[in-house]
Design a binder for this molecule. Structure first.
Ligand SMILES: [Zn+2]
Length: 459
């Protein structure tokens, strides 16, 4: 049993915190690194990561086909020569090499020597996509997530409710590990409203003085409503001091009297960037990532400031590598300059929708995000929506489902008002149906995914 390593034997913790400082140390050290220091660290780690990724069949195969030699990286710009991949390539890898695909650097039979976790994404439509994490990956990923949570206002020792679904998805566990292992927070593992009722969540948050409730912005506002119904004032009886919740920012800030800091991440790599007090862009944790922006259709490089798809290379993982993963989330990069907060870390814009969702409707390019924004501007429509594209006869049709808390008798009039406004602003007819609050949660994966799903192609 000589190869049996326990989790604490699989990680050199001193090396880990030197390379990827946790909060609060991070915000006193690497946050203020010079551009030269930032890029030197990135280049060193990029070269190491490229050599390691080449041992994974998925990358070896694709790189050989593209004529990319990982030993040829001499500058950060050389990364552009490596071929990118999308979720489609991951799906093909799983189909050709079931059940895990050939993009993993570790697999279950190695678990004695290398303690593993596995989390799944994309279960609702199509096959689940597994990602394996080594103990090192979990720990560094948790450090990155802890950095974002710290900037957002969570402090070591706080009591925090984790209302994300503890399921096969990484979301709840990534937060849990960040809070417990790197911020010494006391986590109340309530999970979603299906597991711990909304009323009980409110009572627990008040009894234990929780400083944050990790969930969607929408559900947090629902908890505020439930608190009011129980006779509490959400701004004073709840002791919320941090809002790591994505949603209606202004409404969240006014309801709880707390400043909101945006952040970005996704489950294969955990947290990538967080907004600073200047509230002008999200600083990328550049000791762990290189972020590139590419044209969603062609994959070509886009200049700073131009909206395109995020293509990510992580600089820390020892399990499944992510080396130029075109995640198809839309954002843009700021040029590297010193921020008002003093940091030189490069900034990106907040998540601005999905790059693979554009639909051509009778010659007009329509983004589901634009449909949702316009629909929500109609009185009586709540901040929640879902768009589907379907094939009717020989043409494509878009249907947007919007949510209303008003009486069902008013829904027909609301649907007409939304339809008229969409036609005015987009120039095409889009179908509208109105549903009750919560009715879209299964489609948007509101309980399990930090970024809500807003679109489904049913053609
Ligand atoms: Zn800043």
């Amino acid at each position: 049993m000589s190869s049996f390593r326990r989790p604490w034997q699989a990680v050199d913790y001193d090396a880990l915190v030197r390379a990827y400082p946790p909060p609060p140390e991070y915000f006193e050290s690497a946050w203020y690194a010079s551009p030269e220091q930032i890029e030197r660290t990135q280049l060193t780690r990029l070269r190491e990561r490229a050599i390691a990724a080449e041992r994974v069949p998925f990358f070896e195969r694709r790189w050989r086909a593209a004529g990319f030699d990982p030993r040829s990286i001499e500058t950060l710009d050389d990364l552009w020569r490596a071929p990118a991949y999308t979720v489609e390539d991951i799906r093909k890898s799983i189909d050709a090499n079931p059940p895990w695909g050939d993009y993993q650097a570790v697999v279950p039979h190695e678990a004695l020597a290398e303690p593993l976790r596995v989390y799944m994404s994309g279960g609702t439509t199509g096959k689940s996509r597994p990602t394996f994490y080594t103990q090192w990956d979990r720990e560094v990923g948790a450090v990155l997530t802890a950095r974002a949570l710290y900037m957002q206002g969570i402090r070591p020792g706080d009591v925090v409710l984790n209302s994300w679904a503890y399921g096969t998805h990484n979301g709840a566990f990534a937060f849990d590990e960040a809070l417990h292992r790197w911020l010494n927070c006391v986590v109340l593992t309530t999970s979603t409203g299906n597991v711990t009722s909304t009323q009980r969540q409110v009572e627990l948050a008040i009894q234990y003085g929780a400083s944050a409730i990790l969930t969607t912005g929408d559900y947090l506002l629902r908890l505020a409503d439930a608190a009011r119904e129980l006779g509490y004032d959400p701004a004073t009886d709840l002791k919320i001091r941090a809002l790591p919740n994505i949603g209606d920012r202004r409404l969240l800030e006014s309801t709880f009297g707390v400043e909101c800091f945006n952040s970005y991440g996704f489950h294969e790599v955990q947290w990538v960037s967080v907004e600073c007090p200047a509230h002008d862009g999200l600083h990328i944790f550049e000791d762990a990532f290189v972020v590139q922006i590419v044209d969603p259709e062609t994959g070509e490089r886009l200049p700073d400031g131009e909206l395109g798809s995020i293509c990510i290379t992580e600089l820390y993982k020892t399990g499944s590598p992510q080396f130029r993963y075109n995640i198809m989330d839309l954002s843009y990069l700021y040029p590297r300059e010193r921020c008002a907060c003093g940091s030189w870390l490069r900034k990106m814009a907040p998540f601005a929708g999905r790059g693979d969702n554009m639909v051509k409707l009778r010659g007009v390019n329509v983004w589901p995000e634009a449909v949702g924004e316009i629909a929500m501007s109609v009185p009586g429509v709540d901040p929640d929506w879902f768009v589907r594209v379907v094939r009717e006869g020989n043409r494509d049709e878009l249907i947007v489902s919007v949510v209303s808390s008003r009486a069902p008798a008013e829904w027909a009039a609301i649907a007409t008002a939304v339809e008229v406004r969409l036609k005015e602003q987009l120039g095409v007819k889009i179908g509208v149906d109105v549903v009750a609050p919560g009715a879209l949660d299964a489609l948007t994966e509101a309980d399990v995914a930090p970024k809500l799903k807003r679109f489904r192609d049913e053609r």
